[in-house]
Design a binder for this molecule. Sequence first.
Ligand code: PHE
Length: 460
Amino acid sequence: MSTTDADRETWSTRIGFILAAVGSAVGLGNIWRFPFQVGQEGGAAFLVMYLAFVVLIGFPAMMVEFVVGRKTGLNTVGAIREFAGGAWKYLGGLFVFIGFVIMSYYSVVGGWVMRYILGSANGGYTGEVAEGAPPMAAQYFSEISVGWDALLFHGLFMLIVIGIVALGVQRGIELGVKIMVPAIIAIFAALAVYAFTLSGAADAYSYYLSPDLGYLLDNWQSIVPAAAGQAFFTLSLGMGVMITYASYLSEDENLGVDGASIVVFNTGISLLTGLIVFPILFSADVSPGDPGAGAIFVSVAKALGGIPLGTVVGVLFFGTVAMAALSSAISLIEVVVSYAIDEFGFDRFTATATIGGLIFLLGAPVTIDTVMVDLYDILAAKILLLTGGILLVTLVVWVHADEAIGELSKGIGRFGSLGSIWLWTVRVPVLIVLIVSLILGIQEYATFLTGDFAEFLGNL
Ligand code: PHE
């Protein structure tokens, strides 16, 4: 593992680590995925479940990854191997595989975002349409989300990711996040104020913020896996990113406080995104579950067409989203790259370029049709990340509980019974919820494969 050690940078400061982890967490998951999950799963009913899962499952699961990372001080695969013997070592391989899958469609969506920076600058998605035709933004989205355009921008996104990761992670991420997080908050706060003035705002708020418990009870079988998957996806859990990032931490760091800050930041940005997207959708008479993966590209884009300085705001908005996507993508690919450097002795540049190229190929089919995004996304969030999470959590809190508690207490000091509360929370309720979510997620995927996806294949 010596090559990686030499290549590896450490966070120069505590804030450097928090920023990098926030950079990984805040991304398309918050701005692109969150709104359409809320839209498809019934609004506030989903929101309640999601928030509960973030606090009760996401946060403890993040502690699990932090503990493994800091204790071993190694990349994901090495960390797992050192932490546990036997068949557990394959878990690191699973994480690498998950990184590949997520990255391949993440980059396609990242490409859409970059395309929208141009579209904002040249007015591509604004302008008049014929009476009764779909809004310009919807037409624009259906043109650029598939085909050569999508493939080209998928490639461009990958090239930028490769460039940054090949050059070294720390400067890129730290700088990116220092600009990105304040920019997202400022631009989003302004857009949320704008959204508040729209005619559909009141209806949107009640849809988004006042949960219908009856709906929740009737639909828990689809809400539960969606909420668990979204919690893992948005917090970058279940595939070892947080293991890798925590491996650079020192022992006097309070993991609980760091984790809590990351969770709060990340959740705040998702909540804010909803406050923008839903008023816009309701004002445009678009059903919130409708455009699916296109929700934000159609709705926010449409709104930008109707506000003063829309061009400037559009460039800033999609520019910021692109940065958020890049800083997450970096964390995804870094898991795979550090593994390749360790196992196969590649130098950083060769590893990054080779893996980047493979990811480009794996992502290429996603540009055929937007149903392909679902094919990858449901698999990733509702099956793979949850599987990774279940296995890692089991390993840490059942097989290596004493070490875990010992590691967690470093930097926190004596935390008495809090330690066993954490342990038992993760041991039983967290694991049960994750397992139930996974089973439901698998069922949902089977339905998708035999339904929408089979139909798509039939029409080819
Ligand atoms: N958390 C990132 C986002 O919300 C995505 C991600 C998932 C990154 C898993 C790393 C690992 O966009």
